[in-house]
Design a protein around this ligand. Structure first.
Ligand code: GDP
Length: 448
């Protein structure tokens, strides 16, 4: 997310930190680069100008350049302004004092509205809410089916009217249906269009009238750059939105809209979409994104993601097994599945301070998948007692998982080394370097 901007900013900050003292000239030089990188990230020109002016003003203020550690102080000023630009504090989703809360999702076709409807329902369900999805996107072929499949996967009811092509009527009827299902949140996936037109806006106004949503959110594709800001402005003028969802921030999107929307449109970004899978949704936290852009990592999001996706009892039982040295391949599989549940490794690494520019980790991810398949091809007994895996069994497992016997051997060897290391850890001793080296895979990449 905003990778290019992030690495540009991190380089600028590194340079600033490198100066023992900061002169006005240094600050201006750094700000020139900040300006360039923001414009390249497609941030609105006026927003950039105001942003850099404020930083300049604050930096030349009292004691900043002459104080202790001027580089750090400058970075703090940039960070604070960046947080402000992104919207200040995090804006929560509305919750009506009386159930159900009605959330109306709007947006153009392809923005990721239906995908987000599923992500939001899943997110709410995890928090103990009872979401209810409404398939009112009657114009995009397959949108209704898509929502039904999503709903089924996450165990959330979906309201649909097979033979209707009247989204206003569907939304109206769905509110009653949702109440009957004791829904606490009703999420309306309204119909999109390829472009903004009067018909779309009229229809949305009608839906707003009959469904009386507590919150209207506009779902926008971050990849469309500046147009995302214009789009948000048009929707806001026509139907008065409450917040924005920016999707596809995982791509190499320039993402400048994330930095412009709040100051141009005056409405906060509430959620961001960071991938195609159901868990790739994040509440938008300005201070966390600012940290990520400045390369300071985002440990809070990482911990939250772990808490959401990992069952505490499972984690405890694995820990006990490691301590008592009963860790077997079945446990290893569980552990790998836990990591997998947290989402793509690439996204996880980015949240760790200093790891944002770790490079391509897709080989490690592939390797992890391969190990999962190999263990899945083993019988329960083999997973418990890997030592019984002799030649014939190895051939069978290799065939079953589509790998070579040498891959099975490699896995078993690594597993032994891993166990040896766990033994040392649980005995309170530090692992020796050869065991650590053994954990490395080809070309020094880590290996799972
Ligand atoms: P709709 O027409 O607005 O309902 O759009 P969809 O929900 O069908 O999404 C359009 C495409 O964008 C699909 O291929 C989704 O998988 C993809 N998509 C949605 N959200 C994201 C996201 O946050 N990241 C990425 N990479 N793809 C997304």
């Amino acid at each position: 997310m905003l990778e290019n901007l992030g690495s540009r900013f991190q380089n600028i900050m590194k340079k600033v930190r490198g100066h023992g003292k900061l002169s006005e000239e240094n600050v201006k030089e750094a700000l020139k680069e900040v300006k360039m990188s923001l414009l390249e990230a497609d941030v609105n020109y006026k927003v950039v100008r105001d942003f850099t002016n404020k930083i300049l003003e604050n930096s030349l203020g009292e004691n900043v350049l002459t104080g202790v550690n001027p580089g750090q102080q400058f970075i703090k000023i940039v960070n604070d302004e960046l947080v402000e630009l992104l919207g200040g504090t995090n804006s929560r989703l509305t919750k009506s004092p009386r159930n159900p809360t009605v959330i109306m999702l709007t947006g153009l076709q392809g923005a990721g509205k239906t995908t987000f409807a599923g992500k939001l329902a899943n997110y709410l369900k995890k928090q103990g809410e009872v979401p209810y999805l409404v398939a009112a996107d009657v114009y995009r072929p397959a949108a209704i089916k898509q929502l039904q499949v999503l709903g089924k996967n996450i165990g959330v009811s979906v309201y649909a009217e097979e033979n209707s092509n009247d989204p206003v009527e569907i939304c109206k009827n769905s509110i009653e249906a949702g109440k009957l299902e004791n829904a606490t949140y009703i999420i309306l996936d309204t119909a999109g269009r390829l472009h903004i037109d009067e018909k779309l806006m009229d229809e949305l106004k009608e839906i707003k009238k009959v469904a009386k949503p507590h919150e209207i959110m506009l779902v926008v594709d971050a990849m469309i750059g500046q147009d995302a800001v214009n789009l948000a402005q048009s929707f806001n003028e026509a139907i008065s939105i409450d917040g924005v969802v920016l999707t596809k921030l995982d791509g190499d999107a320039r993402g400048g809209s994330a930095l412009s929307i709040k100051s141009v449109v005056g409405k906060p970004i509430k959620f961001i979409g960071t991938g195609e899978t159901i868990n790739d949704i994040e509440l938008f936290h300005p201070e966390r994104l600012a940290s990520r852009i400045l390369g300071m990592g985002d440990v809070i999001s990482l911990v939250e993601r772990a808490q959401e996706n990992i069952n505490e009892d499972d984690a405890k039982s694995l820990e006990d097994k490691i301590k008592s040295q009963k860790f077997d391949l079945e446990d290893y599989l569980k552990m790998l599945n836990m990591v997998k549940k947290m989402g793509p490794l690439k996204n996880i690494m980015k949240m760790i301070p200093g790891m944002s520019d770790i490079g391509d980790i897709s080989p490690a991810e592939k390797e992890m998948k391969k190990v999962v398949v190999m263990i899945q091809s083993m019988t329960k007994e083999e997973r418990k007692k890997p030592e019984i895996l002799k030649a014939n069994r190895k051939i069978r497992v290799a065939k079953g998982s589509g790998v070579e016997v040498s891959d099975i051997n490699k896995l078993l060897k690594q597993f032994d080394q891993m166990k040896a290391m766990m033994k040392m850890f649980s005995g309170g001793k530090m692992p020796n370097m050869s065991a650590l080296a053994g954990m490395k895979g080809p070309k020094g990449k880590f290996h799972f």
